[in-house]
Design a protein around this ligand. Structure first.
Ligand SMILES: Cc1ncc(COP(=O)(O)O)c(C=O)c1O
Length: 440
């Protein structure tokens, strides 16, 4: 096979790909995208960016996204360039494009791009932070029984290796009538003199509870006053289910590290995530995977230099990877910024409230998610009396509505409306739930 023929085949495949993109999104122009980027698009413009099968009501923003038009286009463009000449394109563009992604993520969270590590998922971010922490024997890590498998597992291994202990507090008995103050109190009163880490989840993927992370951060700042960098309590947050649907910055959360995937509520490229860290928090971590982003990493290795304080670049895993996805996360951040974080948070709350109000009106349904926007985001969890959650999800799927079961000891049905959904879709989901009959 000659190079010419390969190039010809590549060009033909790309043309076919581009045609497929147009035909599956049903769009051959980018007028809606232009309106959105100019800040005057509407929700229909946003929805039209996705190639999602119109037969389905997709309320699965908490799982894995379909790529919106600007992200899909960027991936296609970079993939073509890499397919044409991977080594040279990478050499000439990787630094610029990775720094672009870090800057865009930093701007989104109100911090400098140099304090962003680029990862492939929330799971990887959580593991890099918890297993990278320089924990010492006898130190205490405070978390809750309500946190997710990935945090618990990463913490378990971190504790085994270091001799630190992990304490899982129950956090609350019931969510009925719970307040942000009560939740923050439950955490803060459990601090011990040797507590080094508070490991929290922003929005719980079991009940949809949104933790008052900002309040906890504020109280921890008071607790930390006068403590040195090696014994202040670090607030580490798995933020994925608030990231992309809440209006917050790293500072407003008061977190030292925020770990999140970009491929859920942010609608970024599949297989991308971030760690956002306070400038002075990075040295608390050891890098786990050698970095290619750290500009002097190879230099120190060749000179046999002693280790230097850890930076976000050093925590970014090295290795060659699907760079076209990593680079295209910039487009997702820009799209969210153009629409506006406050507007996105308000729309998410509006749709989730519609769903929650509808569910509370159904006699046999028990809503598990707090009603207030202060204590919830886009995840809506519920149970149907006498119905096992998998049967409910199957019933919804049989009616072309995507829901999921929370993979926790106590499973609940989850519907996760996002800014991609419409009020009519919420009504339709409620109608289908009303028609569910538990097996006798
Ligand atoms: C709280 C929480 N953290 C992390 C994850 C995993 O996210 P990722 O797919 O980005 O690794 C999930 C579920 O998908 C989750 O519910």
């Amino acid at each position: 096979m000659t190079i010419d023929r390969r190039q010809l085949l590549g060009a033909a495949a790309l043309a076919a790909g581009a045609a497929a993109l147009v035909s599956c999104t049903g769009k051959d122009d980018d007028a809606g995208l232009k309106r959105l980027m100019a800040g005057d698009g509407d929700w229909a413009d946003f929805r039209a960016l996705f190639a999602i099968d119109p037969e389905w009501i997709d309320m699965s923003a908490m799982l894995l996204t379909s790529h919106p038009q600007p992200v899909a286009n960027a991936i296609a463009k970079y993939r073509e360039a890499l397919d044409n000449n991977p080594a040279i394109y990478l050499r000439d563009n990787n630094d610029r494009l990775q720094e672009g992604a870090r800057s865009a993520a930093g701007a989104y969270l109100g911090i400098a791009g140099e304090n962003i590590a680029l990862t492939d998922s929330t799971t990887q971010s959580v593991a890099l932070v918890y297993r990278g922490l320089k924990l010492k024997a006898g130190q205490d890590v405070l978390t809750t029984t309500r946190d997710y498998y990935v945090s618990h597992e990463a913490l378990r291994v971190a504790a085994d290796r270091s001799g630190a202990t992990v304490r899982k507090i129950p956090l609350y008995e019931t969510l009925d009538g719970i307040t942000a103050e009560a939740l923050a109190d439950s955490v803060i009163r459990e601090l011990k003199p040797n507590t080094r880490v508070v490991a929290m989840t922003w929005v719980h993927s079991s009940t949809g509870l949104k933790m008052p992370i900002g309040l906890i951060g504020e109280r921890l700042a008071r607790h930390n006053a006068g403590r040195g960098p090696d014994d202040r309590v670090l607030l580490c947050v798995d933020g994925v289910h608030g990231f992309g649907n809440q209006d917050a910055t790293l500072d407003s959360l008061g977190a030292d590290f925020l770990m999140a995937g970009c491929h859920k509520w942010l609608f970024g490229p599949r297989g991308t995530g971030i760690i956002a860290g306070r400038a002075d928090a990075w040295p608390a971590l050891d890098p786990t995977i050698p970095s290619f982003l750290d500009s002097d990493g190879y230099g120190r290795w060749k000179r046999d230099d002693p280790p230097v304080p850890t930076t976000a670049a050093m925590v970014t895993p090295g290795g060659f990877k699907p760079f076209e996805h990593l680079w295209s996360s910039t487009e997702a951040f820009k799209l969210h910024q153009a629409i506006g974080k406050a507007k996105i948070a308000a729309r998410t709350a509006e749709l989730a409230t519609q769903l929650k109000e509808g569910l509370t009106g159904l006699a046999n349904v028990k809503l598990r998610t707090p009603m207030s926007a202060e204590l919830s985001a886009g995840i809506v969890s519920f149970d149907i009396e006498g119905g096992n959650p998998w049967d409910v999800v199957e019933h919804l799927q049989a009616n072309k509505i995507i829901a999921s079961v929370a993979p926790y000891r106590t499973p609940h049905v989850r519907l996760t409306p996002s800014i991609r959904n419409t009020p009519d879709e919420i009504d339709k989901a409620l109608e289908i739930i009303r028609g569910f009959r538990a097996a006798a």
